[in-house]
Design a protein around this ligand. Sequence first.
Ligand code: ZN
Length: 145
Amino acid sequence: MAASSDSTEYESLRAALAAWKSSKDRRELWEEVENLESRLVERLGKTIRVHIPASEPYIALTFAKPGKIGAYVHVGYVDHVIELAGSAVPEASPDCWRTQMSSSWGSKTVLPESSSTAVLCPIDKLEVPKNGSCPKCDWSPSQDA
Ligand SMILES: [Zn+2]
């Protein structure tokens, strides 16, 4: 990595995630961001530059094909220049697509108890209360216990 007056360069997204104050202690979330990078690389070519501006608002990723910044990794979301499955155009910046990251990114608060007790039906992917059963197929979490 090389520092200059207005930004710091990293050799990889992983190196930037390990250094960025917003993500360095959140190793569990790195993979989520790297998966998104891989999906962008499939379409935009390999990552040729990773840098963080001096005020550290985001990690910027530059890809081979446009040859300019193609993604901005923010706390909680990533903005990118092409549409990906699951992304949406944010109202505030209509010139990009945004993919929301895991809800645990951005706040260190533990998820509320209720969301950890909900279970997904393995067949229908519907939320099933721990002591209930799937409205569609009657699968219940206790069957697996
Ligand atoms: Zn079901």
